[in-house]
Write a protein that binds this ligand. Structure first.
Ligand SMILES: [Zn+2]
Length: 344
């Protein structure tokens, strides 16, 4: 089959690889209907040292069950399923606590002999715990929104949940990428009435307004902090959803948080040291967030997507075929595309 392999910074190729086959009785093989490129795929695209034979890549996909191992129950050939961005047994103590990203028997796509999602098919370990049957057909109109349940929408939701967003909290969202816009949608879904979106790409912040943002602040740094404080009577907001992952974004998040408030980070941090000194201590700020256990949220979010109450798939503004995946990376890296959908 064909699958995407990253060989180093700026070097993504679609190549022939071995067809996936069942290896364990807990495996399934899934033919990919839709995949996509994640903002976090861009970090290796920008910085990975050259390597041969390269690494499989892609961790968001939705597809059709082709085959199941003898210990997989509840899934049939032909079921349309979504895979969270880590695989997990969904039965161990961490999974039962809703932390499938720490599963004792789980792992990552595209690593340790497991296929990546940006290919024609995937061997899915721990299939029964990992895959969620969507109960839709292969040509369902909502496939793009259903695909967001793999990562980007639950990540925005995790940010809002860990920050404690509710109808009484004011919210600032840092970042107008696909995760930031998903966080706006998630905060709105949780009832927040005041959502300030910090971003400076008008096309993206316009979608943010449609997702529920009430204010947009294009300024960054100290200027951005001042602007958000002006909008909130000088105080900042109760919750801040940091969806970028850089240190300047974190500094801005701490700057716009109201005393006693919560900053949640879901952007993969590109820094090792954080400014959590006396200033933050004296203001009683809480810093939380982390990698999103998408599997824990899919059951809750799925009905709102299936019944059309929310349409998180609107973050996709370009679709490519599998052979055009390298062009998709380029378009996302150059900020031409917000998020690229892959249709093998
Ligand atoms: Zn587990």
């Amino acid at each position: 089959m064909r699958a995407t392999i990253i060989h180093g910074a700026g070097d993504v190729r679609v190549e022939d690889v071995a067809d996936p086959q069942l290896q364990q009785p807990t495996d399934a093989v899934v033919r990919v209907l839709r995949s996509c490129i994640c903002g976090s795929d861009l970090w290796p695209y920008w910085s990975m040292p050259a390597s041969e034979p390269g690494e499989r890549i892609g961790h968001e996909f939705l597809g059709v069950v082709e085959e199941t191992g003898s210990e997989v129950s509840g899934l049939q050939r032909g079921d349309v399923v979504v895979a969270p961005f880590v695989w997990a047994d969904n039965t161990c103590d961490f999974c039962r606590e809703g932390l499938q990203t720490s599963c004792r028997h789980g792992g990552m796509w595209g690593a340790d002999g497991v296929d990546g999602g940006q290919g024609e098919a995937v061997r899915v370990p721990q299939a029964q715990g990992t895959l969620v049957n969507l109960g839709v057909g292969e040509d369902h109109a909502l496939l793009p929104s259903l695909l967001t349940l793999s990562d980007v929408f639950p990540t925005g939701h995790h940010c809002a949940v860990t920050a404690g967003v509710n109808p009484r909290t004011t919210v600032t969202v840092i970042g107008d990428g696909a995760v930031g816009l998903s966080a706006v949608l998630a905060a709105s879904r949780l009832g927040a009435e005041r959502i300030i979106l910090m971003g400076r790409h008008a096309e993206r912040t316009d979608l943010g307004r449609q997702f529920g943002a009430t204010d947009v602040v294009a300024e960054r740094g100290e200027e951005g902090i001042t602007k958000v404080r002006e909008l909130t009577g000088g105080d900042g907001t109760h919750t801040v959803l940091e969806c970028v992952g850089t240190r300047p974004a974190l500094e801005m998040a701490l700057g716009v948080a109201r005393d006693g408030g919560v900053v949640s980070r879901v952007g993969a941090p590109q820094y090792d040291e954080a400014p959590l000194g006396f200033g933050v201590f004296f203001r009683n700020l809480t810093v939380t967030g982390g990698v999103a256990p998408a599997r824990a949220y899919i059951d809750e979010l799925l009905p709102d997507v299936l019944e059309g109450r929310i349409e998180p798939g609107r973050v996709f503004n370009r679709t490519v075929g599998l052979e055009q995946v390298p062009e998709g990376y380029r378009a996302m890296a150059d900020r031409e595309a917000l998020k690229v959908l892959v249709q093998p």
